[in-house]
Design a protein around this ligand. Structure first.
Ligand code: ADP
Ligand code: MG
Length: 339
């Protein structure tokens, strides 16, 4: 039992109470053995391959201490679901490794955190198969390992883009970057002439990214290559191009911005560069052969997702961003890197 555990119905919350109370209800797949065993035992469906992804989110690095626990739960799972989405995989099960500080060993924090996880889990069709729970002096750290399923040999991969392919992205770019700036410097809202709704939208995009798992099937069937944009559009397109041994052209005017991001850019045009290179978008970029482009667009529309052509693949190395009149925009920063 943890010494400074939360007070619930007159007793302290220990590790096993935490697992049984907050996480066992999320362990809906029989493989999880109700989280009452040492490990999960999984029997993957015949003919399918398992896609594995692992991402950590750390307080102060990937989310802020003041972020609501629901959104911390949402984000920890969303960033992993986004990696599965980039592979065209159907979400299957996940493992949850929690390093909690004394602040989180509290019933209201855990309940809200599990609710955030649970809501996204139900929408995406993934379930909890196990994990680990430890105490840390800080900061709070959450590692999720997510498993997804794809038909044999059909995962979408980062490499495979070919000269002439069209470059697409889901959703809009830069909202999360603006949301983070607004959380750190609330006075920017006035400078950028944003309404309260704009601020709520942009902060929501930072705290609760929406993984694009709905596009898995068109992605794996029609894209020549795909990547999840987590570290900035330009940098991540560059990674896709580099492993495909091709170059990429992004036309800045085609890059989709939300109405709120447009307002911010209208009052400070220099922001555009930051939106193209910032991070935390969790959108999907895909290269698609021209012959498949109209089917790709049509299929994605049937999934109620938005996809926009932002450029194309070319033979010569490197990633270029074209601005007005087709002139190359020089960018000072190409994306986020931890080291
Ligand atoms: P052991 O001590 O044998 O390693 P644990 O006590 O760590 O086992 O875990 C018991 C069970 O609870 C296991 O099934 C494990 O996967 C699960 N579990 C522990 N922590 C979590 C968590 N944060 N989320 C989901 N399952 C968890
Ligand atoms: Mg263990």
């Amino acid at each position: 039992m943890v010494e400074d555990g939360a007070h619930v119905e007159g007793k302290n919350l220990g590790e096993f109470d935490i697992i049984a109370r907050y996480f066992a209800p999320l362990a809906t797949d029989s493989s999880a053995l109700s989280l009452r065993d040492d490990a999960a035992v999984l029997r993957p469906p015949e003919g399918l391959e398992i896609v594995l992804a692992c991402d950590t989110v750390i307080e102060g690095v990937h989310f802020l201490s003041e972020d609501p626990p629901e959104s911390v739960g949402h984000k920890a799972l969303a960033v992993n679901l986004s990696d599965l989405a980039a592979k065209g995989a159907r979400p299957y099960v996940y493992l949850l490794a929690l390093s909690l500080t004394s602040k989180q060993v509290a019933a209201d924090w855990l309940e809200a955190f599990a609710a955030g996880l649970g809501a996204l889990q139900r929408r995406s069709g993934i379930s909890l198969a196990g994990g680990d729970t430890t105490k840390t002096p800080g900061p709070l750290s959450i590692t999720i390992t997510a498993l997804g399923l794809v038909p044999h040999g059909h995962a979408a991969l980062r490499h495979g883009a070919k000269r002439g392919d069209l470059l697409y992205m889901t959703g809009t770019i830069g909202d999360a970057h603006l949301g983070l700036l607004l959380l750190k410097q609330p006075e920017l809202a006035g400078k950028w002439r944003l309404s309260e709704d704009d601020v709520a939208f942009l902060v929501g995009r930072y705290r609760e990214p929406e993984p694009r798992n709905a596009i898995a099937i068109p992605l794996r069937n029609l894209a020549s290559a795909a990547i999840d944009v987590s570290d900035g559009l330009v940098g991540d397109v560059g990674k896709l191009a580099a492993v495909s041994h091709v170059g990429a052209v992004i036309e800045a005017a085609r890059v989709p911005l939300s109405p709120s991001a447009r307002k911010a850019v209208a009052s400070d045009p220099k922001l555009l560069e930051a939106l193209l290179t910032g991070g935390d978008d969790y959108e999907i970029v895909a290269s698609v052969p021209e012959a498949s482009a109209s089917s790709f667009e049509a299929e994605i529309r049937t999934k109620d997702e938005i996809v926009t052509q932002i450029g194309h693949i070319e033979a010569r190395d490197g990633t270029r961003v074209l601005g007005e009149g087709g002139r190359t925009i020089k960018l000072s920063d190409r994306g986020f890197a931890h080291f």
